[in-house]
Design a protein around this ligand. Structure first.
Ligand SMILES: [Fe+2]
Length: 200
């Protein structure tokens, strides 16, 4: 079995701090690297939720909000073509492009149990909290005739307690991620519903 452990503690170069790519450049990368529409949608959803959280909850300026959005948009960029080397490949790509180390660290720490990198700031902790829940909520919406319309937090909570529903979503990761932030799981679920329902 291959290990996803990155066996590294530092990512990117501090002198590249503030070096972002444009959202258009990120979409070009995404479209090239991720032919699978379903996976691309997942990344766009996480990006939208990350950006909204930065603006609404962290008072982020435009540049900081873009940083959150880019981290969300690119966090699984190498998953489809390099599943055994996820997320080493996208990390190296962003390092070669001299991208802000905060974005690279955020991607590296979006699954501490897999990659062996601990989330170290609020942006890292939020992507970890949003990632699995975002996919789970989308799965919960897809089985409803009205999709996101009328989807309630309590029904998502109920499905989380049903191990056979979206069984591949690791509930332990969700609980671990939520334990690292100051917000309740209900608040995070509501925020995700509100902000990813219009993403297409
Ligand atoms: Fe993801």
């Amino acid at each position: 079995m291959s290990s996803h452990k990155l066996n590294r503690t530092s990512f990117g170069d501090p002198k590249n701090s503030g070096n972002l790519m444009t959202i258009e450049e990120a979409y070009i990368l995404l479209n090239e690297w991720v032919p699978n529409e379903r996976l691309r949608l997942h990344m766009k959803q996480v990006a939208a939720v990350m950006k909204a959280w930065a603006i609404e909850k962290e008072n982020a300026d435009e540049k900081t909000a873009l940083k959150w959005e880019l981290s969300g948009l690119l966090h699984d960029a190498d998953w489809e073509k390099h599943p055994d080397e996820h997320c080493r490949i996208i990390i190296e790509e962003l390092e070669n492009r001299n991208i802000d180390p905060d974005i690279i660290h955020c991607i590296a720490s979006h699954g501490p149990g897999y990659f062996g990198v601990e989330p170290s700031n609020i942006m890292d902790r939020m992507i970890y909290a949003f990632d699995e829940l975002s996919g789970f909520i989308h799965a919960a919406a897809l089985i409803r005739p009205t999709r996101y319309e009328g989807l309630e937090v309590k029904s998502v909570m109920k499905r989380l307690k049903t191990p056979s529903f979206a069984a591949q979503v690791n509930r332990n990761d969700i609980n671990d991620a939520i334990s690292r932030i100051d917000n309740s799981i209900e608040e995070i679920i509501q925020f995700i519903i509100d902000h990813q329902k219009t993403v297409s």
